[in-house]
Design a protein around this ligand. Structure first.
Ligand SMILES: [Zn+2]
Length: 310
């Protein structure tokens, strides 16, 4: 199997490795800070990183995971985590010319889903989805062994399904989305709101003025803090409702869950989601929930798999 270059473009760093897309094994490693001066400097830096990693041109294709919305042809339409990226950029077109290699570009959460599908917890499944619960909630969709990105790159964005009509405001500005209940940032905002309104809680006590980290959530659950238990129950309902509906709509046999909050709360959290009455599907449909494998460098491996599939 020829090697493929996987690139993980993040808000703070660009990491590239040579990857065997069948086994997921990687070698070589070049890492540079992400320029803060806009997309054209970011693309220059990716060219440098790729040349440094593979000066002898062993790899003929490059896959890149990007923290933004990416169309199926590799145009990055929105990239809020990278300074100055406020207009669409044809990353695949520009870089394939400059690198003289085939270039595939995908959303970072989507390529993470591909990594789980091919070399992680989803191995052997034709259809599956991933749900990553961290600060927000992202997701990726693999149908018939292919990543589904959607025309505008929004397929799999499960965090923005409405689970509580008219409910809390989401980071995206709309109301009642699952992410506002299950994402760490949504949970934090609600815990602070209740604390300030007199409903004192362990989450705010533990975090003080700092971020309410996933480890604090786990501690507050252990201490059986009333507000925390209520917020977690709402998070479970939101996740169960969104995942159950998605699994029914697409007839998914498997959903893989990961991200900071899931990593910390573990299998118990998954068991609560699948036991929730909100998880119910149509007829006797059963969808298994599994913990993500937490692969090393999932971003670069998934990006390389995307390039291998293209
Ligand atoms: Zn939203």
């Amino acid at each position: 199997m020829p090697e493929i270059i996987g690139v993980d473009l993040g808000g703070t760093k660009i990491l590239a490795r040579l990857v065997d897309p069948v086994t997921g094994k990687s070698e070589g490693r070049v890492k540079k800070p992400t320029p803060k001066s806009g997309p054209s400097d970011v693309l220059d830096k990716i060219v440098t990183v790729v040349d440094d990693l593979d000066p002898d041109r062993r790899a003929e294709s490059v896959g890149i995971g990007v923290p933004g919305l990416v169309t199926e042809s590799g145009v990055v339409t929105l990239c809020p985590n990278i300074n100055g990226w406020d207009t669409p950029v044809d990353v695949a077109g520009i870089l394939s010319e400059r690198l003289g290699r085939t270039v595939a570009v995908g959303n970072d959460v989507n390529v993470g889903a591909l990594a789980e599908h091919r070399v992680g917890a989803g191995q052997g499944f034709k259809d599956m989805a991933t749900v990553f619960v961290g600060t927000g909630v992202g997701g990726g969709l693999v149908l018939n062994n292919r990543l589904v990105a959607g025309e505008r790159g929004m397929a799999g964005e499960i965090g923005h399904l409405t689970t509580h009509p008219g409910g809390r405001q989401c980071g995206c500005g709309q109301f009642g989305h699952m992410e506002a209940y299950a994402g760490r940032a949504g949970l934090e905002a609600e815990a602070r709101r209740r604390h300030a309104a007199g409903d004192k809680n362990e989450l705010v006590r533990l975090a003080g003025d700092g971020r309410i980290k996933s480890s604090f959530i786990a501690k507050a659950i252990e201490a059986e803090d009333k507000v925390t238990l209520e917020l977690i129950e709402e998070a479970v309902q939101a996740l169960a409702s969104a995942i159950g509906s998605m699994a029914t709509l697409l007839d998914l046999p498997l959903v893989v869950l990961g991200g900071g909050v899931v990593d910390r709360l573990g299998q118990d959290f998954l068991d609560r989601i699948s036991a929730s009455e909100y998880f119910g599907g149509f007829g006797n449909h059963v969808c298994e929930l599994r913990l993500a494998k937490r692969l090393d460098d999932a971003g670069v491996v998934g990006a390389a798999i995307l390039a291998a599939d293209s």
